[in-house]
Design a protein around this ligand. Structure first.
Ligand SMILES: [Zn+2]
Ligand SMILES: [Zn+2]
Length: 231
């Protein structure tokens, strides 16, 4: 080791490559216990059955199951923003590990990991697609296959920040399609869509629909962080 391991959030020295110091670990809202089976948001109480949050009861979710590693607040939010805008690729291995743990119940041996694509122009701005990095790292950790270019952006999507839920769904409805050369790989497969953050779920819904239209047997989703309403 040339560099001593540092905390992914505060940069303080840590004893192992585990990723977070004790303080930041406590400040990171890992999702454990009862969670919505479609979006992964934590739910109060406990249950032996499958439960859905109010959002997923009122919004069509074309995918079958979903999991999230973190709630998008505190250090969970800091990690997503650092990964998205800060060129912090060192976050990827730990984030992917947390996502694999969260997704464990919905992973199957024939699952194909499909990251949500960035638009080409935004890829130029940011130089890398954080969802593709997360998907590839999850594939390495699980020995599942990953197809990072299975989906493509067909139209330029302006930033969704500040858009209402209806605007998000309308903007994204036709924004994604299956890469013509990859359609065959999706046919008959269980697809796991991977993204860094889920807000309204509009992007994941659009991606699920094109995968199902290409013949995917089932689509599940996993995100690093889920935006929770009262967070
Ligand atoms: Zn720290
Ligand atoms: Zn939900």
């Amino acid at each position: 080791m040339i560099y001593p391991p540092r905390c992914l959030v505060c940069g303080g020295l840590v004893e192992s490559d585990f990723g977070l110091c004790g303080t930041c670990w406590r400040d990171t809202p890992f999702i454990a216990g009862l969670a919505c089976d479609l979006c992964g948001v934590p739910l109060p109480g406990s249950s032996d059955g499958i439960e859905h949050c109010d959002d997923c009861l009122t919004t069509a979710r074309p995918w079958s199951h979903g999991r999230a590693a973190l709630v998008y607040r505190d250090a969970g939010r800091k990690l997503v923003l650092a990964l998205k805008h800060g060129d912090r690729q060192d976050i990827v291995p730990s984030a992917a590990l947390w996502m694999v743990r969260a997704a464990q119940p919905i992973l199957k041996p024939d699952t194909l990991i499909v990251p949500i694509p960035l638009h080409f122009y935004r890829l130029l701005q940011r130089r890398f697609n954080q969802s593709a990095l997360l998907g590839l790292a999850m594939a390495r950790q699980t020995s599942l296959s990953c197809c990072p270019d299975a989906l493509i952006r067909t139209t330029y999507t302006p930033s969704l920040d500040g858009k209402s839920r209806e605007e998000r769904f309308a903007t994204l409805a036709d924004a994604l399609s299956v890469h013509p050369k990859r359609a065959q790989q999706l046919a008959g497969r269980r697809v796991l869509l991977v993204d860094d953050v889920m807000t309204s779920g509009a992007t994941l819904a659009a991606a699920s629909e094109v995968c199902l239209a290409a013949g995917a047997r089932e689509v599940c989703v996993t995100v690093l962080a889920r935006v929770a309403k009262d967070a």
